[in-house]
Every structure is written in C-alpha cells, then in structure tokens.
Design a protein around this ligand. Structure first.
Ligand SMILES: Nc1ncnc2c1ncn2[C@@H]1O[C@H](COP(=O)(O)OP(=O)(O)O)[C@@H](O)[C@H]1O
Ligand SMILES: [Mg+2]
Length: 256
C-alpha cells in the first residue's frame, strides 16, 4: 500500500475525478460533496493501493470508490457511489450493512446518504496476503482468525442475512494485523434469499486452491467428511450442525 499521505479539503478540485468516477458528471459531483458535508466528512487523503489518475484510493469496486477520509477528527473509510453504478443510491446497501453490524459483523457504519457510506477504516489485508508472510503466521493466530470468520458467517446465517459474495472472499474479507477478520461490502447482501454465508466461506477457505493450500499447514481435514458436514449444515443450519462442521476441521466449539 502506498501513496500520498496528503489531506484534501472537500472543495479541492483534485477530488473531482474520485468523487464522480468515472464520468466526471457535475451533478453527481455536487450531490456527493453535499452528502459528504452532511455526514461530517472533513477531508480525504490520497492513500491506498489503487489509484484514480494520480490520486490514491483504498479500493475501486463496481459500485463504489472507497477512500480514506476524516470525520470528527478521526480516520474513516468512505464509499462513494460510482456514476455508472447499477443502482440509484446506497440506501439498500446501508440497510444491509447496518443489519450485519447488529450481529457484530462488518466495519461499523457511521453515516449514510444516497451517494456515500461512512464506516470504520479497516487497516488490513486480504486473507491470502495476510497468510503469505515469510515464515507463515503464528498457528494460533491463523486458527483464531478462521474460527472468528466462521462464527461471523454463522451469526449472519442466523440473522437471515446472506452476504452474497463470500464464495470468492478474496476481496471481501480484510484481516487486521493481529488476525481479526472483517467482512466488508454488503452491496449484494439480501435478507430474503437462502443464507449461504457459512457454506460459501467454508468452501472458499477449505475447498479452493490458494487459501486451502495455504491452510494445510495449520489445519487437518478430510475433504470427504467436510463435504458431508457441509451438506448436513445446508439441510439444517442449526448450532449443532455448525459445531459439527467446525469439528471436522479441528476447531473447538464456537464463541458466538
Ligand atoms: N472499511 C474499509 N476499510 C478499508 N478498505 C476498504 C473498506 N471498505 C472497502 N475497502 C476497500 O475498497 C474495495 C472496494 O470496496 P467494496 O465495498 O468491495 O466496493 P464494491 O461494492 O464497489 O465492490 C475493497 O475491496 C477494499 O479493498
Ligand atoms: Mg466489492
């Protein structure tokens, strides 16, 4: 991650291409600036691992551009709706995000408007990059991270909220330095679909190439048994079936 480190006040024209990405539409830009003021954002820093022109941002998704900002004197992340997003506003995402927060999942949502979401800044790395340190992470930290992540997914399942994009969690989980995983991006979440969080996350972590291979040194599991337990869990998302699933990969009881 690099970049800049300079703060820009909201009126700084250097922010224009970031706040109205990609078209530069003036009306969109005015709306975003108005919304940023309304939620108390004071400034934006050129910082992160992605860029828009010469400006660094934390992330570029299909719906939003995420940058580091300040509000009330603290660092926050803000997600600004893209001009070409396939939805008219961020309000449904805000609702899903708040629902996730109510069961202790996701960065804390601090503010919401039609075009901007403000949330805690997560200083973390995608799972695979977090695992990929020279001598590997400490075993206890990895096991704790996976345990916590599955618990978060089970809490989402119980709350009836399906994240929708956890089967490829490359970009949707950030792991903080101490090993705390944070699930992000509730834009595809739904409270009216079959919940697949635990199943999708287990598949991503244990049954897919890169992460699965990296985890072999920390966990032992039998693919066949795991698939059977997953099937049982799909048929009945009970605490008992969830604990059974954990047991198959050698994790102790959950800490819900
Ligand atoms: N709260 C946050 N703290 C730090 N980085 C974030 C945060 N939220 C999102 N990001 C970064 O921004 C990227 C895009 O955000 P995301 O919510 O996935 O947007 P989209 O819905 O457009 O896909 C993420 O992959 C991540 O790297
Ligand atoms: Mg995304």
């Amino acid at each position: 991650m690099d970049g800049g480190g300079e703060w820009h006040g909201l009126d700084d024209p250097k922010l224009d291409p970031v706040l109205a990405y990609p078209s530069g539409d003036r009306r969109h830009l005015e709306g975003v600036r108005r919304d940023l003021r309304r939620v108390g954002v004071e400034g934006i820093m050129s910082f992160g691992g992605n860029s828009i022109g010469s400006f660094w941002v934390l992330g570029k998704g299909w719906v939003g551009i995420v940058c580091l900002g300040s509000a009330g004197g603290r660092r926050i992340a803000l997600k600004v709706r893209r001009t070409d997003a396939d939805r008219p506003n961020m309000l449904n995402e805000a609702k899903m995000h708040a629902h996730a927060n109510s069961v202790g999942v996701g960065p804390r949502l601090l503010g919401q408007t039609e075009s901007v979401l403000v949330m805690d800044y997560v200083n973390g790395l995608p799972i695979i990059r977090w695992l990929d340190v020279p001598n590997g992470q400490e075993a206890g930290a990895v096991r704790g991270m996976v345990s916590d992540l599955l618990d978060q997914c089970f809490r989402l399942d119980r709350a009836g909220l399906d994240h929708g994009e956890l089967s490829n969690s490359k970009k949707h989980v950030l792991v903080k330095q101490g090993g705390r995983p944070v699930i992000i991006d509730f834009e595809s979440a739904s409270a009216s679909r079959t919940v697949r969080n635990v199943v999708a996350m287990t598949g991503y972590i244990f049954c897919k190439g890169t992460v699965g291979n990296a985890l072999r040194r920390y966990f032992e599991w039998d693919e066949f048994r795991l698939r059977r337990r997953l099937k049982e869990y799909k048929e009945g998302r009970s605490a008992e079936n969830y604990e059974g699933l954990r047991e198959t990969v050698g994790l102790g009881r959950s800490r819900l």
